[in-house]
Every structure is written in C-alpha cells, then in structure tokens.
Design a protein around this ligand. Sequence first.
Ligand code: ADP
Ligand code: MG
Length: 288
Amino acid sequence: MIRIQDLSFRYRGSTEFALSRINLEIPPGDFLGIIGSSGAGKSTLSYAINGVVPHHFPGDFYGEITINGLDTLDTAPETIAGQVGSVFQDIDAQMVASVVEDEILFGLENFRVPREAIESRLETALAAAGIGDLRKRTISSLSGGQKQKVAIAAITALRPRIMLLDEPTGELDPRSSRTIFAYLKELNEQYGITIIVIEQKIMLLCEFVKRLALMDKGTLMMEGEVQAVLRNGDSLQAAGVNIPRVTELGSKLSSRGWYHGELPHTLAQGEAMMRDVLSRKEPPHAAV
Ligand SMILES: Nc1ncnc2c1ncn2[C@@H]1O[C@H](COP(=O)(O)OP(=O)(O)O)[C@@H](O)[C@H]1O
Ligand SMILES: [Mg+2]
C-alpha cells in the first residue's frame, strides 16, 4: 500500500511548489495511470514515491509518504528500490551497464535473485519486451525506444511488488507501446504487482489501467475509475488533457439522448456504441 498524505514539495531554489497538498492511496494490486500536461508535477510525484525526492533532489518537503509502512523520508532510496522498481523518464541516466544483458543481470544480482533463476528471468524479461535479439548489443548503439524496452525489461525481471514507470513508451511506436502495456497488465493480473504508469497517450492508458489520476499545476485534480474520470471531460480539457475522440463522441451522443450506455474509451467499445446508436430508428428529437 502506498499512502500519500498532504504531500507538498518545492525544489530547492524554486519559488513555486512542484507538488501541493497531494492525498492519494494506491492499494496493492492497483494499476494506476497518471495523466496531466507537461509540468503538472507527474515526474516529481514519481520521484517522491521512490524517494529520489527529497533524497537526491532536495527541497522543502511537507506531508508524508509511506510505502508498505516505510516512511520515504526515513528510508534510503536504495531500500525503497527493493519495493518499488522505477523506470525513469530520463532513460539514459538510468542505464548502468554497457551491454543489454548486463543491464538486466546487474539488477538480478543486486537483488540477490537465486543463481538458478537468473537465466530464465533474463530470457523471459527480454522476450516479453520483444528484445531477445538485442541481448548482446551495446546500449550506446540502441535507439531511444530500444533503450526504453531494456529499462522496462530490467525492472520487470526483478518482479518488484510495485512498478513505477514514467512515460515508458514515449519513444515507442504504437505497436510496441501496446505490447509493453499488455505485458504490464499481465504482470498486474498474474503476479498482483502494483503498477503506476505516467503516460501521455490517454487511449493507451484507458484501455489498460484500472484507475486514473489527473494532475494539474502540482495538484491532484481527480482520481478514480477510468469511466468516472472520463466522464469529467471538461476538467480533463481544462487540465490540458484531451479525452479520447471516441469518448468525446460518446459523450455528445449521450447528451443528445442517442446513447445511454457506458462511455467508450477503446475502439471496440466505440464500435459497439455505434452499432447500438445505428440500430435506433428514431432520432431522439422525434420524441420531443
Ligand atoms: N530538478 C528540478 N529542479 C527544479 N525544478 C524542477 C525540477 N524538475 C522539475 N522541476 C519543476 O517542477 C515542475 C513539475 O515538473 P515535472 O514533475 O517534471 O512535471 P511533469 O512530469 O508532469 O512534466 C515544473 O515546473 C518543473 O519545471
Ligand atoms: Mg515528466
């Protein structure tokens, strides 16, 4: 369980708070997506969860965060890393090895995964990220998207109780992005790993996560089930987040009485909605 209580944080030297009065609970097994425009404080919130704030980025820290009972202020980030596996937005800063397999082995050895389990964990993680063929490559020769896959493989190989990923698909094409999200979902469902993912692609988030949290100007504007958050299209738009086009269409059809079901957020749901709408013979105004 992650418990964030009245969290505010201002980076040293800044006049503005990057986070203000955040309250959020993330239960075990949750799959939470965090959205918000650039500068909203998403990365800073992730740093606060894994202890990088304030241990590596100092500043004024108010409130409290506990990770399974550990207070992040009193706990070294290296210890928190045993509970929370992080994929940072700045992938290059994250890499420690020069060859792909070593990057993954480093974590496995560091976390004392039994020797006999190491090879299968390594292979599984590489295959799931779709980078089995990159195993012997040097990291410096990889593209940004390939590095993202390596970072994700390195964290998933460790199977931490909690995974925190900051825009892990920022440099990936749509197909690779979906592969990564499908894998995260599998980890969430099969192993009960809590997943927190910061992501700009709202369609992708809506399709895979259980809950959404919306950040704007350092505050947590909204948090809840995907459907519930999507219903607040105006708040999302005010925070600079565009709701999926198919949801927007659903919302319009709904407000005009054409559609009464759940708002769609995937194409398949959109198709089902359109079939439903098209099966109606009478336009809604006929009844007025
Ligand atoms: N290392 C830092 N030092 C000072 N200010 C920072 C630092 N990192 C981020 N900020 C500021 O904190 C605010 C939130 O940034 P960030 O958490 O990166 O937002 P997001 O990830 O949502 O784009 C921004 O105003 C940004 O300029
Ligand atoms: Mg960020």
